[in-house]
Design a protein around this ligand. Structure first.
Ligand code: NAG
Ligand code: NAG
Ligand code: NAG
Ligand code: NAG
Ligand code: NAG
Ligand code: NAG
Length: 228
């Protein structure tokens, strides 16, 4: 084999190694921070909520995501115990309740960590950091969607809203970035069920969400008559 052959081989092997390495380390492009409006989430669920929902947007999850789908899931399979999160449990119960079964918060948190949070490496390195990051985003970084909407005079009054009115209200508080909305037809009317705020890979700034639900989707939000 001549020198060109060797160089060619070394280059090929090196490229392959880089490719394999990067496919393990660069696991995602950005984060979706998704919150659910409790009454609408309850109405969307096949089994009714055990306890009455609060008229609040609370956390569904923080999801490492890719511009070119699919999003990574189930990267590590570990669970936390109540002891490990004792110091933040009270806060989590307020911002991240299991609205479907409030005796069962831990199962919900563990499921979100396992399915999504565990893929957030190297930004999110363990369970505690995952939960603490969410608390920080919701409370300190002011990503509470109820508060964002109410600041724009959109309160949960059971009124029909336009899609533009909801998106604009959120954009004002997120550096003019576009959120992702999820709606669902419940009981004859279309309800706003979830709002997702998109954050960059480092969780340092808001970015525009992509992949909105299209008209063919059961989660599509029409231009008018969105109940909130
Ligand atoms: C995670 O671990 C639990 C308990 O060992 C197991 O039941 C479950 O199937 C695992 N899930 C995944 C996605 O590996
Ligand atoms: C709610 O969670 C509790 C505690 O894990 C469990 O015993 C109960 O079966 C759950 N109820 C429903 C309706 O899922
Ligand atoms: C989120 O915002 C709503 C509406 O302003 C408010 O009632 C609620 O207390 C806030 N939640 C937290 C944890 O700050
Ligand atoms: C469905 O609509 C009916 C009539 O408006 C109302 O009485 C009922 O409470 C609604 N159910 C739910 C789950 O919102
Ligand atoms: C994340 O932050 C680090 C350090 O601040 C920076 O070097 C890196 O370029 C950032 N990455 C992205 C994708 O923004
Ligand atoms: C909202 O609009 C729908 C039509 O899509 C209508 O049936 C419903 O009564 C309206 N609800 C309110 C509260 O105005």
């Amino acid at each position: 084999m001549g020198i060109t052959g060797i160089i060619y081989m070394v280059t090929t092997v090196f490229s392959l190694v880089v490719l394999i390495f990067s496919s393990f380390t660069v696991g995602f492009d950005y984060f979706q921070f998704t919150q659910q409006y409790q009454p609408a989430a309850c109405n969307s669920n096949p089994t009714p909520c055990k306890d009455p929902p609060a008229k609040l947007f609370t956390v569904h999850g923080l999801w490492p995501s890719n511009w070119n789908l699919p999003d990574p899931i189930f990267c590590k399979n570990t669970t936390i115990t109540p002891q490990q999160i004792g110091h933040i449990e009270a806060q989590l119960e307020i911002i991240w309740p299991n609205v479907f079964n409030r005796t069962n918060h831990l199962v919900f948190w563990n499921k979100q960590w396992n399915k999504h949070g565990s893929c957030g490496y190297p930004i999110i390195n363990d369970e505690i950091q995952y939960f603490e990051t969410v608390i920080k985003m919701y409370i300190i970084k002011k990503q509470n969607v109820s508060k964002i909407l109410s600041r724009a005079k959109i309160k949960p009054e059971g009124k029909n809203r336009t899609r533009t009115e909801i998106i604009n209200a959120i954009s004002i508080s997120t550096n003019n970035m576009t959120p992702k909305l999820k709606c669902q037809k419940n009981n004859g009317t279309i309800e706003l069920v979830e709002v997702t705020l998109c954050n960059d890979h480092n969780i340092t700034k808001f970015i525009n969400c992509r992949h909105p639900y299209g008209p063919q989707s059961q989660f599509f939000c029409p231009k008018i008559n969105i109940l909130y």
